[in-house]
Design a protein around this ligand. Structure first.
Ligand code: SD4
Length: 325
């Protein structure tokens, strides 16, 4: 059996790798905090079992944290059923699918692309911006030119499903963010490799039926993703406007630097948003990992979960929420 099949199976509850009392399936954050640090580790937003398994597989075979995170999120970029990322992304109000992504490595290097049409592997493109240009962020046409120069396949990202959903939406053109359904399926991933280095990636098509040209938090270093290898990393999903206004991922890493656990830091970052009020209609969720391998996650509304891989187990961890279920 290939290791990746094994990791997926393990996540599905078919095989238990570790000794002790931990069973497969859902765990809560408290239990996670008690786990002794072990490497490698991979966490990601929502229940992306295959993406996290792909990252875990890569990490276990010795890949560095950045490439493992990109390998993981690429599963969702290629997943036609994910209507918030890559290939299956929902269009904006004008019918254009526009993608955003960023990456950050253990040396503090960062790359980002925004408003990219017709190319799907945007986390990889963000890495190219980071490694092969003197810049951190490229937008629109410039990013697309870079993709073409690097042999990316040009494709129409609007497929039959998203096209017909868009036609349906046009009948009312009603715009209201919906909590926890598929217009919130952005993948942010944080990996700690065998050396203990932390890196991350975040990729999205943004909010469904957003205004043409709108860019959210996901490709913004410090908002959708932030990594400081001395401290840890954080990633976000949900209403980008709120995450950007509080620079959520950077905030979480700085709170961890001051001594908060990943769980405490995620909670504080959510509270910075909820204390302003008006959060009834939108979701924000964070995940974080620190240098000791402790993890945490927190969200406004119930229903968010992260995937966590360590010790051969790929588990769904239901997140605590500010509003109780
Ligand atoms: C955005 N944060 O563009 C993204 C949306 C999201 O799951 O997370 N969707 O605002």
């Amino acid at each position: 059996m290939k290791r990746s099949d094994f990791i997926k199976l393990s996540a599905a509850g078919g095989i238990s790798l570790t000794l002790g009392t931990q069973l497969l399936g859902c765990t809560d954050n408290k239990k996670q905090k008690k786990m002794s640090p072990s490497k490698p580790i991979s966490i990601c937003t929502w229940g992306f079992v295959n993406a996290n398994a792909a990252a875990a597989d890569a990490l276990e075979s010795g890949m560095n944290a950045l490439d493992a995170a990109i390998t993981g999120v690429q599963i969702e970029e290629e997943n036609i059923k994910n209507t918030t990322v890559g290939n299956g992304g929902t269009p904006d109000r004008e019918g254009h699918v526009t993608l955003d992504a960023c990456v950050m490595d253990h040396n503090g290097n960062a790359g980002s692309v925004v408003f990219v049409e017709n190319y799907t592997r945007v986390a990889t493109l963000a890495k190219i911006v980071m490694e092969e240009t003197p810049h951190v962020m490229l937008a629109g046409r410039g990013a697309e030119d870079l993709a073409a120069e690097n042999g990316f396949k040009k494709q129409d990202l609007l497929n039959e499903n998203t096209k017909s959903a868009y036609r349906e939406w046009l009948k009312t053109s009603d715009y209201k963010p919906v909590i926890n359904i598929e217009n919130h399926d952005t993948i942010g991933m944080l990996c700690m490799d065998k050396k203990g280095d932390i890196s991350g990636a975040c990729t999205t098509s943004g909010l469904a039926y957003k205004m043409h040209g709108r860019v959210g938090d996901s490709p913004i270093i410090g908002s959708g993703l932030f990594v400081d290898n001395e401290v840890g990393g954080a990633a976000a999903t949900g209403m980008g406007e709120e995450i950007m206004k509080s620079v959520g991922s950077f905030l979480i890493v700085e709170l961890m630097r001051q001594g908060k656990t990943p769980q405490e830091a995620c909670e504080e970052a959510v509270h910075r948003i909820t204390k302003k009020g008006g959060y009834e209609d939108f979701q924000v969720a964070y995940i974080a990992i620190n240098k000791n391998g402790e993890t945490g996650s927190y969200c406004i509304h119930p229903g968010f979960a992260m995937m966590e891989y360590r010790d051969g187990k790929n588990e769904r961890v239901n997140s605590k929420s500010f509003i109780k279920a």
